[in-house]
Design a protein around this ligand. Structure first.
Ligand code: PMP
Length: 422
């Protein structure tokens, strides 16, 4: 007997822990920019699993690499070497221009890894006493939901009643260089600055043009590690390979661009594997990465042969299909078209973003249901998006979208918003 959407929802509600708040759509197939629900209805995916499926659903090259590897060897743990990991490690470090990579599985795990590296580096290289290292983080941050990460989260729902919290974090305003300078110079024990180059979960906040470069300079001047969390913004999402690449149009990292900022520690996740398999990575140069010695960090699944094969194929797709350029070009069209509509709209007030990581602000309060209701209507009209707040809707389609598909989506979004005009 065929499972209906209602059946699937009932099962998840009854047997699954309530850790997410899903839109009531049950999907069972995806291809490129499209997904289908169990009743066969087709949708444009405008969330891409929170920016993981940048290469499009079920990309044949990535799936092919996964199947081929799954038939040969799936997991040995890092107890032994495997024939795929070193090849992938060489590829990803050269791709992003670092000496070394530490492979993990999820974004939050990679953030935890980066924090550990930073603390150990502070102890060994800066002489900060054990237990004294401080890491600066930003208001509105989202880095995951582990115990340490929620210790400095702004999301009260994710944080409250989960204490006691991990110490050693100083929170400052985002996009505020004065606050950063004050915090960096406030103590000898500042080890790092952890920042999202664009804040995704907060509602797609793009900082001022020179913020990242100047923040990096402040870090450098004070011997503090600049740690970029590109879990959501990386892998071509914002129209360059990394959001820290600024306005660089080349496909790979290019330090010649004046707006390029080299992080000391780079955190990647999500689209490293095209959303096909949990793969995350922390990249840094030897002087930083070598503070981690055998036995001090690791994970059974981190760097497994499937992860290595899948991530390598997924990164090749990003270059071969010019996804950064496409995201940049389509992003401009998207914001221009939405901005035109917003001029005369009384329901949408602002569109912002970079590349294909964008959001619109709805004319209602943060705790309203309006954005949710609009997303329900968008789903009815064949497009899946999710609010980040009651009045903000994020739009992040797969980067393999064509201009024709994008125009179709813009029409769906605008006609849906019109249904909510007051
Ligand atoms: N960092 C950022 C910037 C993110 O957006 C996310 C996920 N939305 C994470 C970390 C956590 O990644 P994961 O869900 O894979 O743990």
């Amino acid at each position: 007997e065929k499972l209906t959407s209602a059946d699937a929802i009932n099962l998840e509600d009854q047997y699954g822990a309530h850790n997410y708040h899903p839109l009531p759509v049950v999907l069972n197939r995806g291809e490129g920019v499209y997904v289908w629900d169990v009743e066969g209805k087709k949708y444009y995916d405008f969330l891409s699993a929170y920016s993981a499926v940048n290469q499009g659903h079920c990309h044949p090259k990535i799936i092919g690499a996964m199947i081929e590897q799954a038939q040969a060897l799936t997991l040995t743990s890092r107890a032994f070497y495997n024939d795929k990991l070193g090849i992938y490690e060489e590829y990803i470090t050269k791709y992003f221009g670092f000496d070394k990579v530490l492979p993990m599985n999820t974004g939050a795990e990679a953030v935890e890894t980066a924090l550990k590296i930073c603390r150990k580096w502070a102890y060994e290289k800066k002489g900060i006493p054990e237990n004294e290292a401080q890491i600066i983080v930003c208001d509105g941050n989202f880095h995951g939901r582990t115990t340490t990460i929620i210790s400095f989260s702004n999301d009260e729902n994710a944080r409250k009643n989960f204490g006691p919290y991990t110490a050693g974090f100083i929170k400052i305003a985002y996009d505020d260089l004065e606050a950063l300078e004050k915090a960096i110079t406030s103590s000898k024990n500042i080890a790092g600055f952890l920042v999202e180059p664009i804040q995704g979960e907060a509602g797609v906040y793009v900082p001022s043009e020179d913020y990242l470069a100047k923040a990096k300079a402040l870090c450098k001047a004070n011997n503090v590690l600049f740690i970029a969390d590109e879990v959501q913004t990386g892998i071509a999402r914002t129209g360059s390979l990394l959001a820290v690449c600024g306005n660089c149009t080349c496909e790979n990292q290019c330090e010649k661009q004046s707006s390029y900022v080299t992080p000391d520690v780079l955190i990647l996740g999500k689209a490293v594997s095209g959303g096909v398999y949990p793969v995350s990575a922390v990249l840094a140069n030897n002087d930083i990465m070598n503070v981690i010695k055998p036995g001090q960090h690791g994970s059974t699944f981190g760097g497994n042969p499937i992860a290595a094969a899948v991530a390598m194929a997924a990164l090749e797709v990003v270059s071969e299909e010019h996804l950064a350029q496409n995201a940049r070009r389509l992003g401009k069209i998207f914001r221009t078209e939405l901005a035109k509509y917003i001029e005369t709209s009384n329901i949408a007030t602002l569109v912002r973003g970079k590349g294909l990581l964008n959001a619109i602000v709805i004319n209602d309060t943060e705790d309203s249901d309006t954005a949710w209701n609009i997303c329900m209507k968008l789903a009815e009209n064949g497009l899946l998006a999710k609010p980040t707040h009651g009045n903000i809707i994020r739009f992040a389609p797969p980067l393999v979208m064509t201009e024709t598909q994008l125009s179709d989506c813009v029409s769906i979004i605008i006609s849906t918003l019109k249904q909510f005009e007051k």
